[in-house]
Design a protein around this ligand. Structure first.
Ligand code: GRF
Length: 202
């Protein structure tokens, strides 16, 4: 399958997926990395792996709709089967998400439906939660609201610093995202009537 990864920053999840395609763990090819930030470090990671990169900056477009439709056209040109949001920090228009229903997945650093949006780790700690984690879900027009595919939990200990929690969740993200991409690429994972399904391994 052809995979497009969309990023805005560091790209450590992108790196995990690059590594998993290189090793053959994922039966697919990253055909492009798209960023809305020219300074995203993830673009360097892509270049190092010889993956084409494209930057779509908001200021090049009159509005979000024009920007997303330019991205959508690029994705269609690339014959992408799967769009992987990996720290893409701009909310996609409903026109975009509906165009690719069942083909876009996102990773979010909380146990959704808890803590949609930003600063999830700090919010979980402030609330005194003893459990936190990450969620991978299909993307629909509702931000962080699409069908859940996989969640992984981590503990929060009383003496944790913010960075301990961030690292603990990252470990799960880097383990789980390649797994879910592989499920999709091997045709086991799909969205039907707004729900995520995983078929048994053949
Ligand atoms: C991750 O925590 C992901 O869950 C969230 O944005 C962060 C991206 O990190 N959506 P990275 O750019 O993959 O390192």
């Amino acid at each position: 399958k052809n995979i497009v990864v969309m990023i805005s920053g560091n790209g450590s999840n992108l790196q995990a997926i690059i590594d998993a395609t290189t090793s053959g763990y994922i039966n697919g090819k990253i055909v492009a990395v798209i960023s809305n930030k020219a300074s995203a470090y993830g673009l360097e990671r892509a270049k190092k792996a010889n993956i084409p990169t494209f930057v779509f900056a908001r200021k090049q477009f009159s509005d979000n709709l024009a920007m997303d439709s330019a991205i959508a056209e690029k994705i269609e040109q690339l014959n992408a089967d799967l769009i992987v949001l990996a720290g893409y920090m701009k909310i996609l228009t409903p026109e975009f998400t509906q165009r690719f229903t069942g083909k876009i997945i996102n990773i979010h650093p909380s146990l959704l439906p808890k803590y949609a949006g930003l600063n999830t780790h700090q919010r979980a700690m402030d609330a005194g939660d003893t459990e936190h984690g990450m969620t991978i879900h299909f993307v629909n027009e509702e931000v962080d609201g699409g069908a859940i595919i996989l969640q992984s939990k981590v503990p929060i200990y009383p003496d944790d610093e913010l960075d301990d929690v961030i690292q603990r969740v990252y470990e799960q993200e880097h383990r789980c995202y390649p797994l879910v991409v592989e499920w999709f690429c091997s045709n086991r994972l799909y969205l039907k009537n707004g729900k995520a399904y995983l078929d048994e391994q053949q």
